[in-house]
Design a protein. Structure first.
Length: 333
């Protein structure tokens, strides 16, 4: 299903213990979390369990000590992209903590490409991106991939697709837990996140095999063992920046307007777009990364068939751009 952008080495997890002990790591949990408890995606995390606490604290320290510069970049990009990603997550009732899933998957890089062929912001492999669920249109995450466009690299379309896929995993996908009869969805956002990483079949199979219903109680592929605690850890760091002494460089929030179902009379290049809007071609491409840079153009036709385009333009320029397209013969007046 999904393939992550990097392979992570890790020690084999220790046998779970229910007792607790003081953290020996440099970075622990914030005092208010210690006092009131830790919740992720609306679900309490049992940090009184030593094994669970250790896995989360281990990832906090890995991120802050071994990958600090990357975390600073992630948080800066997350702040910049949040105005676009957050409303889409909300639309499908996906918890806001999943904003950080794209950080772990791609570093919010539209052109991130894994060795397994996972591509774009949310690291869809091609087969998954082109095959939505049958008989479940509201969660159809299918994206267009062809010789001139790859929507896995489009922030809006790929975030809609990832949100639908996550929602489908959690609410619709037929799964079997603890040897019980099939149920609709994992109904657990930690398991949904694990399934996003390892694939739903792998997660469901392991849960059934080990008679477990909790992410914490089943051995999963090593990468997935660290994937969910890392997501929790990054969310904690993002929420408690003062406690972890994380100072993030502020980037301007991404802001743009979208034109849908645009039919062109002739090809529209990023150079032409830049001239129409007094911008640079790179700026125009940065808003429309679904178009590979080596193509650099919105084609008017595929063969003899007219194409409907979705085009992003800087915020506040929509009407001007539409008028300029018509005035210069790119669209009908």
């Amino acid at each position: 299903m999904f393939c992550p952008s990097a392979r992570i080495s890790a020690e084999v997890c220790s046998v779970p213990h229910l007792e607790t002990e003081r953290d020996s790591s440099r970075h622990g949990l914030p005092p208010n979390v210690e006092k009131t408890g830790l919740a992720f995606a609306g679900k309490p995390i049992p940090i009184a369990r030593r094994d669970i606490r250790e896995r989360i604290v281990k990832e906090i320290n890995y991120l802050l000590l071994d990958r600090r510069s990357r975390v600073l970049l992630w948080l800066s990009r997350a702040d910049s992209l949040k105005p676009v990603i957050s409303p889409i997550l909300k639309k499908y009732n996906v918890p806001q903590e999943f904003l950080y899933l794209a950080a772990i998957e791609s570093s919010y890089d539209s052109r991130a490409l894994s060795s397994a062929g996972a591509y774009g912001y949310w690291q869809f492999i091609k087969s998954t991106a082109q095959c939505g669920p049958k008989g479940c249109d509201q969660y159809d995450w299918k994206m267009n991939i062809n010789k001139w466009k790859d929507e896995r690299a489009d922030l809006v379309n790929s975030t809609h697709a990832a949100s639908k896929y996550l929602a489908w995993l959690n609410r619709v996908k037929k799964v079997s837990l603890s040897g019980q009869s099939e149920q609709e969805g994992f109904n657990d956002w930690l398991l949904a996140a694990a399934a996003y990483n390892a694939g739903p079949s792998k997660v469901s199979q392991r849960l059934s095999q080990f008679g477990a219903a909790s992410y914490w109680d089943v051995p999963l592929p090593i990468e997935t063992e660290r994937y969910v605690p890392r997501l929790i850890a990054l969310s904690l760091i993002g929420k408690h920046r003062d406690f972890y002494r994380v100072q993030v460089h502020h980037q301007r929030s991404v802001a743009f307007e979208t034109l849908n179902k645009v039919r062109l009379q002739k090809d529209l290049s990023f150079v032409a777009m830049a001239r129409l809007l007094n911008a640079t071609p790179r700026d125009m491409w940065a808003l429309n990364t679904q178009i590979p840079p080596e193509k650099g153009v919105f084609p008017a036709k595929s063969g003899k068939t007219s194409i409907e385009h979705t085009i992003h333009v800087p915020k506040g320029t929509r009407q001007k751009f539409l008028a300029q397209l018509a005035a210069h013969g790119f669209t009908k007046k």
